[in-house]
Design a protein around this ligand. Structure first.
Ligand code: NI
Length: 241
């Protein structure tokens, strides 16, 4: 579970995220424009293509799933993502990894991004430095043991992050722009409708792979938004762009 307000993050965080992504998009768009004139002209001749954003690139969006791995629903989700050739981001709880190591391995092997959601779903800002770092480092090392890959991203539970926190490794916090409140709704139809009607280019969507309704909704959302030309990417592509 995350915050209970609609956007899930304080306005300043959303603003900051938007600003960072915005600057990135402007830079990316500038670099892209030079090499794509020919392609753009061809597209202009072909008429307006809803699949493309102003920059001429495909509109990107990131699905993120917190609180897993779940022994049943994570694999159902992975099956559906694989069928659709879609990559997503999974922020794992350290305490859910034991017994589900094969699922964690599969997430990594299938090209999804793995991130850290603390060990026991704690509010990092309410802990001492030692406790906070243990929450993060223990979770990362469990993931790395299985995947042999470093963990660079953290989704702070409740969106509460301490910018001054210094552990042995630097973590990049990842917030969200659309909070589906799927843990509360548990209704696939409503989730699909809300997300599809609200979503915009570069959105980071927060969901939880802990519910059957979320898995069903996520796959339908993908089908509908792919048809509208969206491309699903892992969050690093949106944040570092
Ligand atoms: Ni959570």
């Amino acid at each position: 579970m995350e915050n209970r307000n609609r956007t899930g993050i304080p306005g300043w965080k959303r603003g900051l995220l938007t600003a960072v992504v915005g600057i990135g998009m402007v830079l990316a768009a500038g670099a892209y424009r030079e090499q794509s004139t020919e392609q753009e002209q061809a597209e202009t001749l072909a008429g307006y293509d809803a699949a493309e954003s102003v920059s001429g690139e495909k509109k990107k969006i990131a699905l993120t799933f917190d609180d897993g791995p779940h022994p049943v629903y994570t694999e159902q989700l992975l099956d559906g993502l694989s069928e659709r050739n879609v990559k997503a981001t999974f922020f794992l709880l350290g305490c859910n990894i034991e017994g589900n190591e094969e699922i964690v391995r599969r997430i990594a092997e299938e090209g999804h991004l793995l991130g850290n959601h603390t060990f026991y779903h704690v509010d990092i800002t309410k802990l001492s430095r030692e406790e906070a770092c243990a929450e993060i480092l223990d979770t990362s090392s469990k993931i790395t043991e299985i995947t042999d890959q470093p963990v660079e991203y953290v989704r702070p539970p409740f969106g509460n992050w301490n910018q001054d926190l210094e552990c042995e490794v630097m973590m990049i916090p990842v917030f969200w722009t659309v909070d589906t409140l799927d843990w509360s709704t548990r209704n696939a139809d409503r989730l699909v409708e809300e997300v599809v009607s609200e979503v915009e280019e570069n959105d980071i969507i927060l969901m939880h792979d802990s519910y059957d309704s979320t898995v069903r909704a996520a796959l339908r959302i993908i089908d509908l938004l792919q048809a509208q030309g969206y491309e699903f990417v892992t969050v690093d592509e949106l944040i570092l762009e």
